[in-house]
Structures are given as C-alpha cells and as structure tokens.
Ligand binder design. Sequence first.
Ligand code: NG1
Ligand code: ZN
Length: 531
Amino acid sequence: MALLEKVSQSSALHPKPVGLVLQYGTAGFRTNAKQLDHIMFRMGLLAALRSKKTKSTIGVMVTASHNPEEDNGVKLIDPMGEMVTPAWEEHATRLANAEQEALVMALNDIIEMEAINLNQDASVFIGKDTRPSSETLSQAVLDGVSSLGGHGCDYGLLTTPQLHFMVCCKNTQNRYGNATVEGYYKKLSRAFIQLTKHASNRTDDQKHLLVDGANGIGALKMREMEHFLQKELQISLHNDGSQGKLNFQCGADYVKVQQKPPEGIKMSAGERCCSFDGDADRIVYYFIDSAGRFHLLDGDKIATLISMYLKELLTQAGLDLQVAVVQTAYANGSSTRFLEETMKVTVRCEKTGVKHLHHAAQQFDIGVYFEANGHGTVLFSKAAEERIQQLTADPNTNDEKKSAAVLLENTVNLINQTVGDAISDMLLIEAVLAIRGMTVQQWDAIYTDLPNRQLKVKVADRRVIETTDAERRAVSPAGLQEAIDTLVKKYQKSRAFVRPSGTEDVVRVYAEADTQENADKLAHEVSVAVY
Ligand code: NG1
Ligand code: ZN
C-alpha cells in the first residue's frame, strides 16, 4: 500500500482538471497540450503497470503527430513494438478520467483485474517529438513511471517508429536490431545499400529526393541518418524546423488533404518529392508535371508499388506466399479495383486506425497495409521469413531464385514491421524505384486515381454517428445513410461515407466521383446532410 500512497502524493503535482473527460482514441490521447499534464502522469503509471504485467519494456511516445503545434498527445507501445492492446486502451481511458480522489481506486481496479504483482520490476522507454510542450509532458510521464517504482528511460527526441523499433529490439534481446537510434540507422541503411547495389548505373538525378520534414522530428532524424546512407540517397531537406512551424502548411497530412505541394519547397517539373508528418510515421510522394499539374502518390499508390514488387520477387524466387493488401474506406476506388482485378491480390477493408490494419495484415504470409494518408508498412509472417532465409542459405538454389531471395531478405530488413514508418517506407520506395528502374511518373501511371474530396464537419456531438461495414455505412442517426445513398446516385463512379474522427472533434466526410467538380459537390452535399 505504501507504493499507492506515493502515487497519491505524486499525483497531486499533476492534478486533473475537474470534469475533464478524454478518450484514448485512434492514436492515443490527443488534445491541446495545456490539458495533458495529468494524462501524461497517469500514462506513466499505466505503462509501469503494463510493464509489470508483461514483464517486458513498454514504450510511451509523446506526440500529436500531424495535429497543430499547440496540441500534444500520448500513445502506448506494447512489447513487440505494436500499439497497446485494446483492453488496455479501456484501462487508459478509465484512469485518465478518474477524478483526483478516485485515482488510486481506479489504479487498484486495474491491478486487481489484471492480477498485477506490484513487486515486479517495470521498464518504460519514453520518446518525444519536437513540440515545445513535449519536454515537460514527457517529464510527467517519467514521474508516473517512477512513482510506481518503475525505471523510465528517456530517449528524448525520437520519431514514433524509432521508439516502436527500440521497444521491439529491447524485448527480443536485440534480435530485431540494436535498441538504440544508431541501431535503427545501421539496420535500415545497411539493407538499403544492399538493395540499391542491385540497381546498376543510377545517376545522381535518380538518387536525388526532395523531402519535406513538416518542420518536425523526421527532419532532425533524417539529418542524423544521412551519412549512414553513403550518398546512395541524396536528400534535399526542406521544412527542417529551422524556420517554420510544425505541420503548418506542410507535412504529409497537409499535402494529402489539400492535394497540393507544401509551402517551403521549390519543385522542378518531374522531380520526386515526399512529405513526412509531424512524428514521421506517415509519408506521401508527389511531383509536378511539365504542365504544372500536381500528382499525388498516396498510401494506396505506395501499397500498390510495394505489393507489385513483392509479388514479382516471389514469382522469381518460386515462393508461393500469399500477398494481401489491407486498406481503409479512404482507399481510392481505383486502387482497390486495380489491386483486385489486375493484380489479383486479396484486398481487405478495415476500420480507420493502423491498429486495425496491422491486426488484419498479420493474418497473411505477407500483409501490406496502408492508410490512404500514407501510414503503413509490410508484415511478414514468421513462416514467410523462414522460407526466404532457407532459400538464400540453400546451396541448391539457382542464381535467379537466389538473387530474388536475397532481395527479399534485404527488403525484410529494410522494413520497420512494428508500425508505419516514413523513413523506412521512403527508403523502401526509393529502393524499389531504383531496382525496377522506374520513374515517379511511371509509378503514378500504374492506375489513375478517382477524383476525391475529404472535408471536416463540426457537429454538436460527433458520437451520434455510428458506422458499420468498416465505416463505409452509417447506421445512426436514422435516415443519414439513405440521404447519402440518394446523393451518391446523382453522380458517376461515385462513393461517399461519413465517420466521426477518433483524433479530432469533427465528423469526416469522404467523397469520390468521375470529376473533381463532382467529387467536391458530392462531399459538400453530404456535409450538409450530416449537419
Ligand atoms: P481520425 O481522426 O480518426 O480520422 C486520423 C487519420 C487516421 C489515422 C489517425 C492517427 C484520416 C482520414 N484519418 O484519424 O488514418 O492516421 O489520424 O494519426 O486520415
Ligand atoms: Zn503520425
């Protein structure tokens, strides 16, 4: 009980504003940074409990990703580097919302429900993004960890995927890589250099890439990583945080939603560019053609490029492993069609939020999952990895098969399988384009996106909207889905849906149609129906 008394005392230094209710949403807690001190302390407590329960290191990342700089947030990372399990999201919400005097009771409930031995050691890795508020908020996490007798290790500035990687390395006794930032750079850059060896005669032009760092952590970490890449990738870094504001008119979310280039970047026609988001777990590519038209290569185009590449290598290696692509309702209809009808790969649609996609992708030999906004990665089953390794090690493997198997092996090493990772995804895309001798224009031409529009609508209570069928249909309020169906029928090649956001107090509207004008009109009409 002495321990819980200490918690009670320390928690008084991180008081909860009376009546404030927050939810562990799509990507943890996220709101204005001023409201988060008690949340951080309590997530430190919860991480310590989760560590005692799993007898493993747990991660806590302080970030609000693509949200404005004034916001912040926190997400928990489970032992294998994946998002925390859903039952503990509920514990998180309960702990976050307990009033000050009920905190110890709420903590005790979790301890009992999960049968946690408080004498067990606890180890928590903490990382933060570049927001000014992240400094004191991560300190509050440490306070929470130590008041339960846990050991908090503060790694300071990290991208979200770097922390996921390090947690996984730590809990697998460094079998996944070394649990340090340097271990991350070394593993990925080695794999990248091995892969690009297979792309002969790359010119400096082909090695050149414009990167928009969203004025965030991804920019800092790219600078650190650059020399590990030994000039095999030559980056011009823009929005590196030296002048602009985090995520302001730049970054992956801005580019995807606005469908235009970020500010602070000068692009010549045909030049390959990409944008990270504020914690570098998302990436989108784009270029301007000679007529000045903007072309976006989003998560769907990325998933298509990667699954095509993997399928070809598997065929060449003679490996019958199933490749599946997992998407959300936001996936462009053209991408789903191309994947299913032309590429003949299995496509799954899941609810928004990478935890849902990650889980679905685990069901396949090779699961490629991407949200349209560029958040995603590739998962290889243990059996798939073993078969690839056997093939590279087998002296009877012929040259053609062996070279494909070696490429697959290095590809596995380049991918951060714990979570979507802008840096790892960027290196993979660069390697694939290099190996296949493909330009960004050729990649773009694989299929043509249907014009689309995403809008946000502010409503009194977004929770009145409930959805089904992987969020593609609304079941409440009554009549809304029928209204959407009627609007959709007015247009060709059209589709639209609405869902409450899990990270902002808004309802999101998505529409696609045969022309941009029609997609815009449909999105607008659906917004009016929601309002
Ligand atoms: P919400 O706010 O639930 O739509 C957004 C993104 C998700 C995911 C999370 C976490 C869209 C439409 N939604 O969630 O895909 O990335 O943020 O960052 O892009
Ligand atoms: Zn992010």
